[in-house]
Design a protein around this ligand. Sequence first.
Ligand SMILES: Cc1cc2nc3c(=O)[nH]c(=O)nc-3n(C[C@H](O)[C@H](O)[C@H](O)COP(=O)(O)OP(=O)(O)OC[C@H]3O[C@@H](n4cnc5c(N)ncnc54)[C@H](O)[C@@H]3O)c2cc1C
Length: 522
Amino acid sequence: MQTDTAKPATALKVVIVGGGTAGWMCAAGLARLLDPAAYDVTLIESDEIGTVGVGEATLPHIKTFNDMLGIDEAQFMRETQGTFKLGIEFRDWGRPGDRYIHPFGTFGHPWGGVDFQHHWVRARQAGQDVAPLQAYSYAVAACRANAFEFPNEDPKSIRSTYAYAYHFDASLYADFLRRWATARGVKRIEGEVRDIARDPASGHVQTLTLKSGATIVGDLFIDCTGFRSLLLGGVMGVAWQDWSPWLPCDRALAVPCERAGEFTPYTRSTAQTGGWMWRIPLQHRTGNGYVFSSRFIDEDQARETLLSKLDGAPLAEPRLLRFEAGRRERAWSGNCVAMGLASGFLEPLESTSIFLIQAAVLDLVNLMPTPGDGDRMDRRLVAEFNRLFEIQYDRVRDFLILHYAANQRYGEALWDHVRTMPIPDSLAHKISLFEARAWTPNYKYGLFSRDSWLSVLIGQGVTPRGYDRLADGLSLEDLETRMRDLQARIETNVAAMSSHAAFVARYGAGRVEAAHLASAAS
Ligand SMILES: Cc1cc2nc3c(=O)[nH]c(=O)nc-3n(C[C@H](O)[C@H](O)[C@H](O)COP(=O)(O)OP(=O)(O)OC[C@H]3O[C@@H](n4cnc5c(N)ncnc54)[C@H](O)[C@@H]3O)c2cc1C
């Protein structure tokens, strides 16, 4: 572990502004993954301004990030009141009464080199007695049973076909990373940035002046100032791309409540008249929120609905957050890189924001300016960072829009609007390929995987007319047997799993919560 040392004069001075999840994930990543002698990392945060204080559901990639940092998982769970997450349940999204899970796992096997969905579509079209798609996912079955175990590493095991993420308390997570990063050499300055000076010739940021009058110099500045986007949007003037025509939700009310109801290993998202509600089970409480469009429902109605649907007594007054869907045209401009809310915002429907921060941190580490170059930025590296940023955001955007656009909630103003609005060509193309041939995207970089698209397309009621003709290579009798065996194997294995509550109680529970969870498990 590196504590503060005198750095060589050539060390690149990295100044992170903002100490929310983005700022501290970035600080932790840079402290662990860069040579501490070559990079000098300082983070400025303002206690007075505070953080957005939400962001409690994640994607499985966060485990890779934590592992890269060398974070002890059980300690992390204890200190953030964490629970496990195997997917997201969508209730009433396709139409009222519908339920499906977007699992962190696969559906079936690619028999004969052909993806499972083609066999499934073929079997249904042939009139075979096959179950709904959801029955062929191990992670879905585990969610339905409120069960959790770590995946098996043997690729032949059915228990290797899923991954997991976490739910955690957002403020505890930022605290955890703060302690972690400062113990590894990141300098923390408490203060509010009031003034930003740029070099008149290059336009690069040179110094920040704090409310106290102190000035901070740097070579590379990371803007993690949240929705303010103080450096990238404010000083560098990078334009905002407004995606609200496709994603009209612009408000959220967030409220924690006492832990009650099922201790689910998944996030729940329930569609509502004016948007949707989230439910995130933590060890010590349940996080809830109503994400809504102020064009279709007013704040009072949303508050009333939210409070009427809590599992337990509210632990605070609902807190209102305002936002707009979209992203900056670029995330890196001059010597300034933005991450987190300072670079863009996509509603938390698929828990993507923390993943987007993680991706930006790792891309930045890969493309980091060379020590000794000072604030001279290599344009090729900057362009590559921005290209990757655009890919990430644009793909998540399409995936989120799919949930809205493919709905059959007829007669409800918001849902009629999103069903009939023009959608991006890139999404229209994906839907039409799926309808024609059950084809789903399979990206090497970025979100989401083939199985994710499959779960949401089928879950939202999009039906393929055709399938990959290579699937015809398997006899229908053979196919029926394989599908029956697969389903049985999933059911038998899930039945032998530990309950989520029992697993958390013995693995990563805080002292007080262990007893509660043990009683929830029995
Ligand atoms: C309703 C809602 C629900 C969400 N749910 C999820 C979820 O389930 N999963 C997920 O992945 N993401 C979620 N997100 C997104 C997630 O909350 C954010 O991506 C994450 O918290 C990162 O925020 P941030 O660090 O960019 O900004 P913030 O938390 O706002 O931090 C900004 C920081 O900048 C500092 N700052 C600002 N101005 C100055 C200044 N002038 N001087 C010094 N410091 C300054 C502040 O003090 C603060 O430390 C959600 C977002 C919203 C709005």
